[in-house]
Design a protein around this ligand. Structure first.
Ligand code: DC
Length: 224
């Protein structure tokens, strides 16, 4: 069973993918972490981030490991745990280069499909999971929320890590990322035609999980 959750930054995808996977005893995959990991490796290697072939080279020459520890995705590059570094504002801002590099995207999508073939049930989240990576997924969700609500959520996360960017700075960065995610030619952010769209602006975490679970149950009942 493959469940996809796509949506813009701060819409709640990661939290929901993790919780839904837990409820369904499924694996979960945070594909944004893959884009971030390649970005970090490229930054560390000092390569020109706008050079697509070099970005592809970064994927091919480094060893990326994605695992789930204590319900959280943990990422290693060449054996070193980089999970925390992946959330830095620099990595976040620079991830748009790899996100718009077609050859690198193709390789990452291949890795995502490979991950899915080794799991019985998977909840995978990103921007293109229901549209490009898994067009035949069993259930597709698309989460959205107002930019102001998304900025508030991101601010709470960043504050917990000691980062004190203002709400305005965070919202501006989110809106810039939305624009670049929606307008790129490869794997743009958009709901799949058959996605269930959920606006999470005024919903609690539990409220969204309940909605997702009831859609999954409904779908399973219809099939049996
Ligand atoms: O979800 P996130 O903020 O961790 O994503 C990091 C970056 O990767 C962001 O610029 C969007 C991009 N991304 C993507 O293009 N396709 C995906 N499937 C997942 C993330």
């Amino acid at each position: 069973m493959i469940i996809t959750i796509d949506g813009p930054a701060g819409s709640g995808k990661s939290t929901m993918a993790r919780l839904l996977a837990l409820k369904l005893s499924a694996s979960f995959l945070d594909t944004g972490a893959m884009y971030r990991a390649v970005t970090l490796a490229a930054m560390q290697a000092g390569i020109d981030l706008s050079d697509q072939d070099k970005l592809l080279g970064v994927i091919q020459t480094n060893k990326f490991e994605f695992s789930v520890i204590d319900d959280k995705m943990s990422i290693r590059i060449n054996g070193l745990d980089v999970t925390e570094q992946l959330r830095s504002p620099q990595v976040t801002a620079n991830s748009r280069y790899i996100a718009s590099a077609p050859k690198a995207r193709e390789k990452l999508v291949q890795m995502q499909r490979q991950f899915a073939t080794t799991r019985q049930k998977i909840v995978t989240e990103g921007r293109d999971q229901g549209t490009v990576a898994f067009p035949d997924a069993d259930i597709k969700f698309y989460l959205t929320a107002d930019p102001a609500a998304r900025a508030l959520r991101r601010q709470a996360e960043l504050r917990a890590k000691g980062d004190d960017q203002t709400l305005e700075q965070i919202q501006k960065a989110i809106e810039e990322r939305d624009k670049s995610d929606r307008n790129r030619t490869v794997g743009p952010l958009k709901p799949a035609d058959d996605a269930v769209i959920i606006d999470t602006t005024d919903l609690s975490i539990d409220g969204v999980v309940e909605k997702l679970l009831s859609c999954v149950k409904e779908k399973c009942l219809k099939e049996n």
